[in-house]
Design a binder for this molecule. Structure first.
Ligand SMILES: Nc1ncnc2c1ncn2[C@@H]1O[C@H](COP(=O)(O)OP(=O)(O)OP(=O)(O)O)[C@@H](O)[C@H]1O
Ligand SMILES: O=c1ccn([C@@H]2O[C@H](COP(=O)(O)O)[C@@H](O)[C@H]2O)c(=O)[nH]1
Length: 240
């Protein structure tokens, strides 16, 4: 069954997707190619805002495992998302797309602070707003930031662009033969503890009736396909 098309979307880009074939950091060619796909989505008439992850640089939980204080590690992770946001902004502006980066941790010499009404105005003017520094709070992730900003911006859906092509009944990177869902309910994701996204993000989308579309952003051309309601992806939504 074709999935619905959505007009205003929040696109969550996993930090890992920016690594390309590398194991760490930012691959400029990968970021440029993603920017091209985002620009095409805008050309196709979608209103877009972005949340960028930081897993290609630093995750607080990994830092804690190495002996960092968890909250300090989380702040380091949030700063990593700012670097990624600037890289995506740079790539978009190189191809003529008007953007603004807004950070949940104010850093006025680098980018705008997050101001909801200002972000809305940017979107009305056709700019792509890139939300950086997650929620600004430790013990959260950029998935929750994506759900929060999607609700605040009145988005019709949250598209999670990641390194797997949907939600499976178990982590497909760990369990051979895991089965992919085409669609499933928020409550099923939570009840089965499916870890493709953290529970707080899923609950926030459920409570605000924002469908989540999980798809593989690493596959060239996939963003356009999935936005058009085609291609391989999983839609998570409320039961009818
Ligand atoms: N049931 C499941 N279905 C699909 N993927 C799952 C599932 N359980 C765990 N995963 C894992 O979830 C990950 C998707 O999250 P992702 O890697 O995009 O992390 P992120 O924290 O959102 O981004 P970042 O790379 O910025 O940290 C995949 O790597 C996948 O292996
Ligand atoms: O609201 C937030 C968002 C993120 N963090 C920290 O940043 C890293 C990177 O984000 P990912 O979602 O893993 O890509 C995350 O591991 C946290 O350490 C945060 O503290 N608060």
């Amino acid at each position: 069954m074709p999935r619905p098309r959505f007009h205003r979307i929040l696109l969550k880009l996993s930090g890992e997707a920016l690594m390309g074939q590398g194991q760490f950091g930012i691959d400029p060619a990968t970021v440029a190619s993603m920017a091209g796909e985002i620009a095409a989505a805008k050309e196709a008439g979608h209103e877009l805002c972005l949340v960028v992850g930081g897993g290609n640089i630093f995750r607080g939980i990994a830092g804690a495992a190495q002996g960092f204080d968890r909250a300090t590690g989380d702040y380091m992770g949030m700063l990593a998302t700012v670097m990624n946001a600037l890289a995506v902004q740079n790539a978009l502006e190189k191809i003529g797309v008007d953007t603004r980066v807004q950070s949940a941790i104010p850093m006025s010499s680098v980018c705008e602070p997050y101001i909801r009404r200002r972000a809305m105005r940017h979107m009305e003017k056709g700019r792509i707003v890139i939300f950086a520094a997650g929620t600004g709070n430790p013990y959260f992730t950029t998935d929750t930031a994506a759900a929060l900003r999607a609700a605040e911006m009145g988005c019709d859906a949250l598209f999670k662009g990641t390194s797997v092509d949907g939600v499976y009944d178990a982590d497909p990177k760990k369990v051979a033969g895991a089965t992919r869902y085409d669609s499933l309910s928020f409550n099923r994701v939570l009840a089965d503890d499916l870890k493709v996204m953290d529970a707080s993000a899923v609950a926030l989308c459920r409570d605000n009736k924002i469908p989540i579309v999980v798809f593989n952003i690493r596959q060239p051309g996939n963003l356009a396909e999935v936005l058009a309601g085609r291609g391989i992806a999983t839609i998570v939504q409320n039961e009818e």
